[in-house]
Design a protein around this ligand. Structure first.
Ligand SMILES: [Zn+2]
Length: 429
């Protein structure tokens, strides 16, 4: 039997950006069977949720994360990058167990669900444990094991992982290959990964052109930009999720022509690490799809995609030196349709036959009043804390602000205890 949600506004994010005020969506199983004005749907439904003050829209898709790093939130912030990575992050990572990953992913899932994210593309390790938590959380995820040095064994294990988990949890879990970056994976290894991806019809998740230091290193080692290097290794023959892309330049564009996939911008991480601002007009002008992500909470501190939408808009306006350079709808597009298109996913919009993945945001709070422009309110005024309902794959995962799939309180308590233990170990205690 079907479930109907009715709200003050329904933003479909379809090609015509149709908005129904009021509007309704109806889903049966995992799929939307109706999107339109509430009174035009006359069939009987098993459950009806009516939120007149709500803005219903596609769930946000976090296109780049390292979910379990939520356990390291607040670790040595504001340190120089390499000091932060080598002296703080790596020693803790070296001690993370599968149980820690399971816990860290659930902590991240709690934060993401509360702030309206329905799915995330993740790169990390102990990926079996990560998938178990994704399954439990009710979220959608594209999981890849980070490959950070040449290893036949790890590539073989990665492929085995991909085969094992692909399509599990009612199709909520998808898998990708995850060569970390061109400065950790040399060209021959990238080539091998690319060939495996093509042979097994898998996508690739990789960090490219994130920092000035990476550009310098690649120029020095290979006389190429990271994009040229990835192209030459055959990476772009597979669907590729390029995380960051801050330093993509005009010379790179021919290599990105016809790319299946696209770039996931992580503006908060790029700002906080002092890396720079994505050349959005250059990429869009060349027809490259741009989606949005948070990166890990160890560098970004927050997995709130509403914050990322703001940061993306602010930084593009600042880069171009004019407010009209980037619109609120462009940010909303990147966080929904953009990320979905990079992943080759049917979600990110509300239409007949699409996945029942949507959220309801409270649109009548002090900070979203008056309601003159719903899209501007969502991007510039709202925050993830305004999300009241999250539906993923036809299941209500957040109901009136309460997570229905797991015991959030227990996860938070355990995460606090475990994070303190991990830090004690770091200091030799
Ligand atoms: Zn990253």
């Amino acid at each position: 039997m079907a479930t109907k949600f009715e709200a003050g506004h329904v933003l479909t994010m379809d090609d015509s950006l149709t908005v129904y005020s009021p509007g309704a969506v109806v889903f049966e199983g995992q799929t939307l069977v109706y999107v339109g004005p509430p009174d035009r749907y006359r069939e009987s439904v098993a459950q009806e949720v009516v939120i007149p003050e709500g803005v219903l829209m596609p769930g946000l898709i976090n296109g780049h994360s390292h979910a379990a790093m939520s356990l390291m939130r607040g670790l040595a912030d504001d340190s120089p990058f390499f000091e932060w990575l080598t002296q703080h992050v790596w020693p803790v990572e070296a001690r993370l167990t599968a149980d820690d990953i399971r816990l860290g992913v659930l902590l991240a899932a709690a934060e993401m669900i509360h702030s309206g994210t329905v799915g995330f593309a993740d790169m990390y390790f102990e990926v079996d444990a990560a998938c178990e938590s994704v399954d439990k959380s009710g979220m959608r995820a594209w999981i890849s094991r980070g490959l950070d040095k040449p290893s036949e064994e790890k590539l073989a294990q990665s492929l085995e992982f991909c085969r094992t988990w692909r399509g599990r949890a009612d199709g909520r879990i998808q898998t990708m290959l995850g060569p970390h970056a061109p400065y950790t994976c040399p060209p021959e290894f990238l080539q091998e990964i690319a060939e495996s991806a093509v042979a097994h019809a898998l996508g690739i998740h990789i960090h490219l052109s994130e920092s000035a230091e990476e550009m310098r290193q690649m120029q020095e080692r290979y006389q190429k930009t990271p994009i040229q290097l990835a192209y030459d290794a055959g990476i772009f023959k597979a669907r590729t999720l390029i995380a960051h892309g801050v330093y993509i330049q005009e010379d790179d564009l021919p290599y990105l022509e016809g790319l299946a996939g696209g770039v996931i911008s992580c503006p908060v991480s790029n700002a906080k690490l002092g890396n720079g601002i994505l050349p959005y007009p250059l990429l869009r002008g060349a027809g490259v799809t741009v989606g949005l992500g948070t990166d890990g909470a160890a560098s970004t501190n927050s997995l709130d995609m509403f914050l990322e939408m703001k940061a993306l808009a602010w930084m593009q306006k600042m880069r171009e030196g004019k407010p009209e350079a980037f619109r609120a709808i462009d940010a909303l597009w990147a966080a929904t349709r953009g990320s979905a298109a990079v992943l080759g996913h049917q979600g990110g919009m509300l239409a007949l036959g699409r996945p029942a993945d949507f959220i309801v945001v409270d649109g009548k709070r002090a900070h979203t009043t008056p309601e003159l422009d719903v899209v501007a309110n969502l991007v510039y005024a709202a925050s993830g804390a305004d999300v009241r309902y999250v539906v993923i794959n036809g299941h209500i995962v957040l109901q009136e602000g309460i997570i229905t799939t797991f015991d959030e309180k227990a996860v938070l308590q355990e995460a606090q205890t475990r994070a303190e233990h991990l830090l004690e170990g770091r200091d030799g205690a």
